[in-house]
Design a protein around this ligand. Sequence first.
Ligand code: GAL
Length: 707
Amino acid sequence: MKKLDAKRFLRAAQRRIGTGRAALCLVLALALVAPAGTLGQSAGPKIPALLLGASWYPEQWPESRWNKDLQLMEDAHLDVVRVGEFAWSTEEPAEGVYKLGWLARAIHLAQEHHIFVVLGTPTDAPPVWLTDKYPETLRVKRDGRRAQHGARRQFNYADPLYRTFCAQIVTQLAQRFGHNPDVIGWQIDNEYTDESFDAGTRRQFDNWLKAHFGTIAALNRDWTTAYWSETYDHWSEIPLPMSADENPGLLLAYKQFVTDTWRSYQGVQTDIIRKYADPRQFITTNFGGLGWSDHFDHYVIARDLSLASWDDYVGEGQLHVARNGAMNDLVRGFKRANFWVMETQPGAVDWAPVNTTLDRGETRAIAWQDVGHGADAVLYWQWRSALNGQEQYHGSLVGPDGEPLPIYKEISGTGRQFQRAAAAVAGTTPVAQVAILDSYDSRWAIDFQRFNRNYHQLSVLLDYYRPLRHERLTVDIVNASAPLDKYKLVLAPDLNVISPHLAAHLLAYVEQGGDLLLGPRSGMKNQYDGLNVQRQPGPLAGPLGGRVVEYYALDTTVPVSGELGAGTATLWAERLSVRAKNDKVLLRYGKANGWLDGHPAMITRSVGKGRISYLGAVLDPALMTRVMAWAASDAHVRPEFPPVPKGVEVCRRVGADHTIFILINHGVEPANVTLPEPMKNVLKGDARVAQVRLPSQGVAVLETPAH
Ligand code: GAL
């Protein structure tokens, strides 16, 4: 029997007999064709396990053009478009006047081309009628001036009235599209970025502080406000921070308040979508800032989302393999699950100092790197540049004439590969033996007071990450408070803020057999960004059986040597001491500033069934590689793949009954990779191979049964 196309049936029937009776007929007709027991369930469409897509802004183009665009997308094997983001003035051209028919038609036409839709809420770009009539919905900048209409992100995220308008438009969207089978998910707003410094937000901050500290006396104590006569008598006296010179306690609390305010801003929209929409539609927001943004605590914001996603841009120059890999791993850690790359650049961006383009093949290599690190979808920003507006120069798949640009062919090749690999990728995710701990409180605390302006936490994190990736190990990057029991090795560079609670969590991991390596600056601060009275690593100094006696910012290198090898420290050096008998010194400083000379730079101690170590310096890459090799071998971390030629990245995704390896040659020379056993060459018709040859920017996806 021919399959019943329910939507077509309904539309045809509506035309003939009207909506109500048409729906009844559809139910009866479905009862005839649907297998028993499926009626009333919303199984939803079958979504490929791996999707490629683009941001498409149909509101910027005549409707007569849509079909051609969608046909070109289908030809390029795109499976998904993100639409609606920024389209508020088209969706609600005047207050309370909603026009969503065009969006329904765009979604429908996309489906006719087998393209799914992620619906963006438009709240990052309010229409001018709104902010003109209700200027309090515009944010106030730090200098006291109100933002104005004309760009985006001009809204006040904390303003109740703005949130009401957001709720109204999102209600309209959710009611209309919440059960649309072609809409597979929602993106809230766009890259939450700008705060507001208006009086209303300040009142909210004061209330937030009251809820957190309980009494003004507690706040005065925890912030040590006697310093510089900062003592407060009333909550209303506490300002929003205007400069980096303010009390670190206030600065940290403010960041947490900003996080909670974005969370409640987002919550207005997610609550409405959850009320009206089918739970099969995911809810995400696209994190910006090249992955490393610290505008807010991403773990907190991700809590209320069903899926994490981020915007993966290189900007100027070429792919930074380790950085981009780590950022994908960071995003995977937000929900400790696979994620989406909601935007990435098709060639060049338009906001870098020099908007160089990615090399031929590099765009494809990046897409596969994203997948290798846990992305289940990659979407290009954008399909086609608007003819006017601020981003005319940005990379796109088709030009202003609507015809494909050179990158289109490469992306269409990636689309073909994604379709081929989808079945193998289905049900798989990166599984790591090693985790690096991340904490926004620590990141903020260090960046408020860097002590050495050349000290970059991301760079320190990559010092730990790179050697592990060179050894072809999967690395998780997770919140410091995440469950750790599945990891053999946990690394905590820059874990500056260690509260008693976090210390207990880490200690439990060690006592039960975990291997914890703390990096420089760890445990200096408590949860209020106050100094821990006990020297670093604060509450973990006891279990470590040693401590940081003093820390030094370096502007020259300092020799370091010991049983792990010899090299140098740069930027930062902490003089350690050992107190416990079973503490072992692994590295010592050589002759330096006198204070460091001969003192321990790295120590380790067995605790319970596990081990705790402390490395107090930023080391050169060669010595750091040896430190990581020691840490991995001490923790019995098993290799995941044999050695590969330089420039080849190995990513592993593990499923219930099979494992896939994604090999990417980021180098300029072709590379031959010998596999540990014959595997299915997924992109090449599934033939079993024992070796693959990868051209520069080449990719192989290899499948093997689970061991
Ligand atoms: C992103 C943003 C997009 C677009 C893109 C250009 O940060 O989400 O809307 O502006 O940058 O690279």
